[in-house]
Design a protein around this ligand. Structure first.
Ligand SMILES: [Zn+2]
Ligand SMILES: [Zn+2]
Length: 383
């Protein structure tokens, strides 16, 4: 049996150590080293350098050919921590403001529970991915053969949720988190004197019209029963007060839960930008890219996650409302069925990506038990 007090003490020590030494996406060298060491100590087979700094630990028990992937993320953010905690970041300008330190520690905790106690039949791949915040790490691991070298029948992931009480779990079947698309529209004309607009093909007025017109995509081109958001977040011009700009760049972000809706937003954006440009005798160039794909939970896997959660949580919400934030785990779900869920980080927690945020160490054992429960349920041991 595992001594739970000493497991909690170790997870807390790992978590705070990672918190003190945060590393940005694809730079998680120290973190990956620490993860690999802990996995080796418990007898897991360890592969490093997958997709850059990714790590996979493998545990096999029994004879079943089934395999499950449990995934955590390791990267930090470029945010300066404002906190006087003893384990605060020692790297200026970088901090674990999304709790990936906690996710890594709780998956290591689950690995130790499973390595010590077994209770599963088959193969477990413990996947530690880099660069979640960029939406690049999962793809990098996939491109490096993640699912061919470590084939998984199903994959599961967890994220902490500020504001949700400790010990609570939430998930849902179907779309849970949004796709994030980013766009940049460049309008080009001919600038000139602010007092002589007729002698220019200036872009300020068309660019302002474009910002307004883009709002009609969600309001008039997307089914009101669907969820989609489009936000223009940057507006850049030549920046001279008494001159009309000949160039303007508009940037923003669009979120949706289905690929066909994302495609529709892109197509409408191109149509509107080129139409407006023609109308004003200027040129438009649209670049549209998909940073995160929608996260869609397999119904059976979401039910398995909820069932495992019931055994270790105070409260399980099977019908959590979809949230508009994005998650790189979604890339794995494009290839393998699986599910993602949220665990409470406590009602007093600062929000994710806030300089005051900290993963709640009291959630570590909940996460570890939940991961272990999912593994045992999906790789049932039959004596
Ligand atoms: Zn984040
Ligand atoms: Zn995160």
């Amino acid at each position: 049996m595992t001594d739970i007090d000493s497991l909690v003490a170790d997870m807390t020590e790992w978590r705070r150590d990672l918190h003190r030494h945060p590393e940005f996406g694809f730079e998680e060298h120290r973190t990956a080293g620490r993860v690999a060491d802990v996995l080796r100590e418990m007898g897991a087979e360890v592969s490093v350098g997958i997709g850059g700094t990714g790590v996979v630990g493998t545990l096999t028990r029994g004879r079943s050919n089934r395999a499950i992937g449990l995934r955590a993320d390791m990267d930090a953010l470029r945010i300066t921590e404002v906190a006087g905690r003893g384990w605060r970041s020692e790297t200026p300008g970088t901090m674990h403001a999304c709790g990936h330190d906690g996710h890594t520690a709780m998956l290591l905790g689950a690995a130790r529970l499973l390595a010590n106690e077994g209770g599963f039949d088959g193969t477990l791949h413990l996947i530690f991915q880099p660069a979640e915040e960029w939406g690049r790490g999962a793809q990098a691991m996939l491109d490096d053969g993640l699912l061919t070298r470590f084939p998984c029948d199903e994959v599961y992931g967890l994220h902490n949720m500020p504001g949700m009480p400790l010990g609570h779990t939430a998930t849902r079947a179907g779309p849970l988190m949004a796709a994030e698309d980013i766009f940049e529209i460049t309008l080009t004309g001919q600038g000139g004197h602010a007092a002589r607009p007729h002698a220019t093909r200036e872009v300020m007025v068309p660019a302002c019209a474009l910002v307004m017109e883009l709002q009609t995509i969600i309001a008039r081109k997307i089914d009101p029963a669907e969820i989609a958001v489009l936000s223009v977040t940057e507006f850049e011009t030549d920046g001279t007060r008494n001159a009309l700009p000949g160039r303007a760049v508009i940037r923003g972000d669009a979120r949706s839960y289905r690929r066909d809706i994302s495609d529709r937003i892109e197509a409408e954006m191109i149509r509107i930008a080129h139409g407006l440009a023609r109308q004003h005798g200027i040129e438009a160039q649209v670049s549209y890219s998909r940073e995160f794909v929608p996260l869609v939970n397999d119904p059976a896997a979401a039910e398995a996650l909820a069932k495992a959660a019931e055994a270790v949580s105070d409260h399980v919400d099977r019908d959590a409302p979809p949230i508009a934030a994005s998650e790189d785990f979604a890339r794995l779900l494009e290839h393998v069925p699986g599910a993602f869920g949220f665990i409470g980080n406590g009602e007093a927690s600062a929000p994710l990506h806030s300089p005051e945020y900290d993963f709640n160490d009291a959630a570590l054992i909940h996460g570890a038990r939940l991961f272990a429960g999912i593994a045992r349920q999906r790789l049932p041991y039959t004596a």
